[in-house]
Design a protein around this ligand. Structure first.
Ligand code: ADP
Ligand code: MG
Ligand code: MG
Length: 892
């Protein structure tokens, strides 16, 4: 017979913490606390298996369930000496939903179930507190009415009317008689709405609530939440039925919530709130101001209301014990719920507490220092992507803030500034040194200069992929998009939310990591790269096998890459070096020239500029390897396009406008991404690569002499399809290298290798490796060519593809293991079969994506390379990949 019901309470339990899948998070936590001997009101958990059965069998229960629930209930009754539905000593229970992971959208908890007109009288007699009994009854009808019977909330209205009639303002001033009248009113309301009376029979109440929990698993809110968070529908929810304990029985009663450590800073201090004479959710409902547990907490928040430490010192002492027990046991920060009934503490929930990225770091590092967990465990516990929050300037977590509104956290980081409503205004104020936040309904390409000038961007419309969001992320500007209730009025130069009007020039602060818009300037703090962050990164570095490099070519990015711990440059693109205003002219002359002499003249102008570009990178990298990719963009992009450009070109070259136009037309490409680009340009215009090689070697010689140790250039030929292409170009590079190095009498340990970004190159990797000294997987282009899909165009339908299940991930974010990954694996194997020890890396954007990094580790790459901001993320992800790989081969 299948076991559908697991009991807990009285110092034992049939379940355990590890049984989350079956019991849900709440059920597993209650069982575990019971096993630990903590005071948990007795109860039982109906498993997630019942939920699965429910939906597989036309919303019906397994045959044995009724009997098992009856036994569970009887066990509670025996323990407490009370009886469900009894007129003299009634057992009351709560019915609580609980999936594996906490899931908004599921049914809310119903408290005080089992009350009816007879039972409430018994409860009043037994407790000696009529007022409490009738207050509990009305709470039950209200909760059950809303949550199980689906009655809209007219209950509060009725309550308010009664208070007006009797001239009472506080709930606590209502008498037993008042509550009795209100209960009658509530019941009438239910009868009216439902067409039949409120269920008085406790068994009917119980099964109604159980059915409502299972039913809520498929309600639209829950379904949406699961879709957004990748939670499978077949997990199901469990139902917990638990004896009630009462925090609303008088001044020696209370209810509260606490974190065993500070969830925003991670400090090892008890952090919690409670309310005297209250039940359940009153603490979070915001009707009354909750009080702090500790005097320290009370002082920090400048609250006058007494701390539990002052009012119920023995209870707090006991809570400290519980905190100790739970942390020792779970070896992690816990989030707990408790109730105090007439001075006795009862535990109602424990789970691993949600925390900020900063707190997560501090807690993990502290737990290692306290000897509670191993370093490996600390490294495993930090979500790599969460580090992103720490690398941008962030708001001082101790600052007091007033939130104006919330939107989507579209680009991380925080910024304060004056509100401006146009890009031009943003720019003109920024020029004067003012900090501004650009507020727009939405942005378009005409706003780019304003976005650039602003410290942050806020749009009232749009989502995570809106123009504002995408551009802001690219510019590393904080951005909040889609602040639904905020209205921007360009004409009046105001924005309004919740009846608060803010004018242009007033200061706001936006937090692009949380989506919060705050009034005034909130102080920010610079990312903390020392302390706990540095400690954890050191541990990660000691674990990981793969190196981490950065994709960077500017001085700013290269320096940042070093600061974030990059061990070299994995991709330095040379095209920006040709597109800058002072260079594009010379480059165009090269392309438009009809013969080699003409080309060489243009290139001679570019050589010293290129040399200095490379020298700067070598200087910053101080001997770490620097992969330089030779010119890659389509020829097309260098062509003059407008009549004005034709004229300018004609003037520069002394040719006729007609001749220029003709040549531009001749070189025009219909599909430039698949056209005359990469090494094909190097083959047809060898002078270009020759010049670049000379610039690299000359810079390497100069910087080697300057810093007194050899620099390590790795020269990369892009877009090869055949070995022959590579061989021709490698011969040119080696010839230039010999000439420069011998001439200078300096030895530079350089490598010449290739980017593997076309399927043919991946398949022919065995022969390519005969001459290529390294491979770097260019997975952006490899993904484009494998899928036959351009990265920019993919955005318009990848979302739909994911929803339909055609693709699990966006292949331009997370490496497609089945297709692109297979080619990477083949190329790695074939390359290394020819040349053992062939250096392998990845320089596509996947190099900064934790899931893709796991794959890179599995196929044995030597390094991953990613954007500078992602370097710490990659360092951590590489360590985690190593740890889970070790677990799989049993070496750990
Ligand atoms: P949520 O998942 O929304 O926190 P819970 O099931 O934990 O819902 O319950 C909501 C509130 O009711 C919490 O404050 C909880 O502590 C309280 N509560 C639940 N069961 C009981 C009970 N048996 N006795 C007293 N309070 C309870
Ligand atoms: Mg709870
Ligand atoms: Mg490419």
């Amino acid at each position: 017979m299948t076991k559908w019901v697991y009991r807990f309470g009285d110092g034992t339990a049939e379940g355990r913490a590890e049984m989350k899948d079956l019991l849900g998070g709440k059920g597993a936590g209650l069982a575990e606390m019971s096993n630990l001997g903590l005071p948990v009101p007795p109860g039982f958990t109906i498993t997630t298996g019942v939920c699965t059965h429910f939906y597989a069998h036309g919303k019906s229960y397994p045959a044995e369930l009724r009997e098992q629930v009856a036994e569970g209930l009887a066990a509670i009754e025996r323990l407490l000496g009370a009886r469900f539905g009894d007129a003299d000593n009634p057992l009351l229970v709560s019915v609580r939903s609980g999936a594996r992971v906490s899931m908004p959208g599921l049914m809310d908890t119903v408290l005080n179930l089992g009350l009816n007109d007879q039972a409430v009288a018994g409860l009043a007699r037994r407790s000696g507190d009529e007022r409490f009994a009738y207050d509990s009854h009305r709470r039950f009808i209200q909760m059950y009415g809303q949550v199980v019977l689906g009655i809209e909330n007219h209950f509060e209205e009725l309550l308010e009317n009664h208070k007006l009639d009797t001239g009472v303002t506080l709930d606590t001033d209502l008498s037993a008689e008042d509550w009795r009248t209100i209960v009658a009113g509530f019941k009438d309301l239910v009868a009216q709405e439902l067409g039949h009376p409120f269920p008085e029979e406790p068994q009917e109440q119980l099964w109604g609530a159980i059915g409502a929990v299972f039913g809520s698993w498929m309600n639209p809110r829950a379904v949406t939440y699961r879709r957004l968070h990748d939670i499978p529908a077949d997990w199901g929810t469990a139902v917990n039925v638990q004896a009630m304990v009462f925090g609303n029985m008088g001044p020696d009663c209370a209810t509260g919530v606490a974190f065993t450590r500070n969830p925003s800073t991670g400090a090892n201090e008890f952090y919690g709130e409670y309310l005297v004479n209250a039940q359940g959710e009153d603490v979070v409902a915001g009707i009354r101001t909750p009080q702090h547990l500790t005097i320290a907490g009370k002082q920090a928040s400048r609250l006058a209301l007494p701390a539990m430490e002052e009012v119920m010192p023995e209870v707090l002492a006991e809570l400290y014990q519980v905190r100790r027990t739970l942390e020792d046991h779970y070896r992690d920060m816990q989030d707990i719920e408790f109730t105090v009934q007439r001075g006795k503490l009862w535990m109602l929930q424990t789970r691993s507490g949600k925390r900020t990225a900063q707190a997560a770091l501090k807690i993990a590092v502290s737990l290692v220092e306290e000897g509670v967990i191993h370093r490996d465990e600390a490294v495993r516990r930090i979500e790599p992507a969460s580090l992103d929050q720490l690398l941008h300037p962030m708001l001082d977590p101790t600052a007091n803030t007033t939130v104006l509104t919330r939107g989507l956290p579209a680009s991380p980081g925080a910024a304060s500034g004056q509100v401006v409503f146009s890009a031009d205004e943003a720019e003109s104020l920024a020029v004067r040194g003012e900090a501004v936040i650009l507020v727009r309904i939405e942005t378009s390409p005409e706003d780019i200069h304003g976005m650039h000038a602003a410290k942050g961007v806020l749009t009232t419309r749009g989502g995570m992929t809106s123009h504002a969001a995408v551009v802001a992320r690219g510019m590393v500007r904080p951005c909040i998009a889609g602040t639904g209730d905020l209205r921007a009025d360009y004409a009046a130069r105001t924005m309004t939310a919740r009846n608060i009007v803010m004018k242009a020039g007033e200061i706001i602060t936006i937090d692009g990591s949380t989506g919060e818009v705050m009034i005034g300037a909130v102080p920010t703090i610079q990312p903390e790269l020392s302390g706990d962050f540095a400690t954890l990164m050191d541990w990660a570095d000691a674990i990981r096998g793969m190196k981490v490099r950065a994709n960077a070519e500017t001085v700013v990015d290269t320096s940042m890459a070093r600061r974030f711990g990059a061990e070299g440059i994995g991709l330095s693109r040379t095209e920006h070096m040709f597109f800058e205003a002072d260079r594009i002219g010379a480059m165009r002359r090269v392309i438009m020239a009809e013969d080699e002499t003409g080309r060489r003249a243009g290139l001679a102008e570019l050589l010293p500029i290129q040399r200095e570009d490379f020298a700067e990178i070598f200087r910053i990298m101080k001997g770490f390897p620097v992969t330089i990719r030779l010119l890659d963009p389509p020829l097309h992009e260098f062509l003059p396009k407008t009549e004005a450009e034709f004229g300018e070109m004609a003037r520069l070259t002394g040719k006729s406008v007609g001749a220029i136009r003709q040549r531009a037309v001749a070189l025009h490409e219909t599909n430039p991404m698949l056209g005359h680009r990469g090494c094909r340009l190097g083959i047809t215009y060898p002078e270009i690569y020759e010049m670049q090689a000379a610039a690299i070697f000359e810079a390497a010689v100069a910087v080697t002499q300057e810093i007194g140790k050899p620099v390590a250039p790795e020269i990369m030929v892009p877009l090869i399809a055949t070995k022959k292409e590579f061989d021709i170009l490698k011969a040119i590079i080696d010839r230039v290298g010999r000439k420069v190095l011998e001439g200078a009498g300096v030895s530079v340990p350089y490598l010449v290798g290739t980017m593997i970004e076309l399927p043919r190159a991946a398949l022919r990797a065995g022969e390519v490796a005969e001459t290529a000294e390294f491979f770097s997987f260019g997975t952006n282009d490899l993904t484009q060519t494998v899928f036959g899909l351009s990265r920019d165009d993919a955005a318009s339908f990848i979302g739909a593809y994911q929803r339909l299940g055609i693709l699990e991930h966006d292949p331009f974010v997370t490496l497609d293991v089945a297709g692109v990954g297979e080619l990477v694996r083949i190329a790695a194997e074939r390359g290394r079969a020819t040349r053992p020890g062939l250096k392998l890396g990845i320089c596509g954007e996947h190099g900064g994506d934790p899931a893709s990094i796991r794959f890179c580790h599995a196929v044995g790459l030597d390094y991953v390379s990613c954007s500078p901001y992602r370097v710490p993320i990659a360092r951590l992800a590489a360590a985690q990949a190593k740890l889970s790989g070790d677990l799989r081969d049993g070496t750990a």
